[in-house]
Write a protein that binds this ligand. Structure first.
Ligand code: 4NP
Length: 147
């Protein structure tokens, strides 16, 4: 696997993918790549990340407060080499917009088989679990790039 531009995708782009965006950006600073995030839905477009995601990131020195939610568009297939989604619903939504096999091949669950479950309606501990899962996955991706 070689380094490339990475887009992190969840439903609202306010909880999971902003964390993934911040974590990956920090871990990939050795690479000259673009990292961004988006949501399959547009209902939080323009919003800052959820305060619980901001707090969870900031505990590790990652400031995601300047991120703003946006909706995934078909043009993201042109701009990004890797599109990592959090759950199977995101996977189906993004794949439904792919125009070619090459675009489909850019899309994967960030955990491989498992899902990063939506923490929106739960408590703070859910965000910690999300952080841990995403952090592990991001480190594995970057380790593979460095091989
Ligand atoms: P996210 O979480 O997809 O990780 O950003 C959600 C945020 C908002 C909603 C659902 C999931 N919502 O229904 O508003």
């Amino acid at each position: 696997m070689s380094a490339g531009n990475v887009l992190m995708v969840c439903l609202g782009n306010i909880c999971r993918s902003p964390l993934a965006h911040g974590i990956f950006e920090q871990l990939s600073s050795d690479f000259d790549i673009r990292v961004d995030s988006a949501g399959t839905a547009n209902y939080h477009s323009g919003n800052s990340p959820d305060r619980r995601s901001q707090a969870t990131a900031l505990q590790r020195g990652i400031d995601i407060s300047q991120q703003r939610a946006r909706q995934f568009t078909v043009h993201d297939f042109d701009a990004f080499d890797y599109i990592y989604v959090m759950d199977r619903s995101n996977l189906a939504d993004v794949l439904s917009l792919a125009r070619t096999e090459a675009e489909r091949a850019k899309v994967a669950l960030i955990l491989g088989e498992e899902e990063v479950e939506d923490p929106y309606y739960g408590g703070a501990e859910g965000f910690e679990i999300v952080y841990q899962k995403i952090d592990t996955a991001c480190r594995e991706i970057i380790a593979a790039w460095k091989k």
